[in-house]
Design a protein around this ligand. Sequence first.
Ligand SMILES: Nc1nc2c(ncn2[C@@H]2O[C@H](COP(=O)(O)OP(=O)(O)OP(=O)(O)O)[C@@H](O)[C@H]2O)c(=O)[nH]1
Length: 255
Amino acid sequence: MDLPRAEPYMGGVGHSGYNEELLHKTILVGDSGVGKTSLLVQFDQGKFIPGSFSATVGIGFTVMLLGDSGVGKTCFLIHFKDGAFLSKTFIATVGIDFRNKVVTVDGMKVKLQIWDTAGQERFRSVTHAYYRDAQALLLLYDITNKSSFDNIRAWLTEIHEYAQKDVVIMLLGNKADVSRERVVRSEDGETLAREYGVPFMETSAKTGMNVELAFLAIARELKHRAGRQQANEPSFQIHDYVESQKKQPSCCPFV
Ligand SMILES: Nc1nc2c(ncn2[C@@H]2O[C@H](COP(=O)(O)OP(=O)(O)OP(=O)(O)O)[C@@H](O)[C@H]2O)c(=O)[nH]1
């Protein structure tokens, strides 16, 4: 059967309205390794990539964005992918969406396949099915929304239950550009991250602050892990890298 090519998917059930006749979603669910990603890539790009999606470039990893609905996961991904910010409307993600971006780490191309998950509770069972496929998780809260921060512990419990044991996790306090509405102190994010032993930084999908750094740090860490068996691979400490590279909100122009 010939299927029409997929249009770029920008979310579904929105606060601005949802037309059942125009928007149809199919969600792929199944165990790790059954071929969910290959099926989606086949539909999206019209080709099968043998081995794994990373076969097209030197090395590839899957990164998943997690956090409450509205914390800015989709905007974070769009800023990284296209350098743009979607400000006007909030269209909540339905199920899961994915985008690819190739970054260069120490002269080597690293392909990141980034899964943008729905933060809404009702999609939780769908997104759980994807946790095991992810090598890294970016866990976002909104510095202007206390409950999104309070829910981080629950997210970490879910991660513990469903994700790979050695998954790379990074905690991100997003919307750092709206400092006037801040209700979560930067120190509180740092303390929580330290408690769980994960790197932390505040970000803004609007100004782009630390967006690229978050993905680059993940790419570096995963590339380092993949090459650990090679004797000449230089050591890499993601915590030190993030601490040395991250920008603080106070030093950044607010728009
Ligand atoms: N000021 C500011 N607004 C942001 C930022 N990131 C996202 N937003 C706004 O926050 C709202 C929600 O953003 P989304 O990216 O759709 O949130 P999400 O986490 O993907 O939500 P779900 O898809 O429901 O899980 C939108 O109105 C965005 O414009 C940011 O860094 N700064």
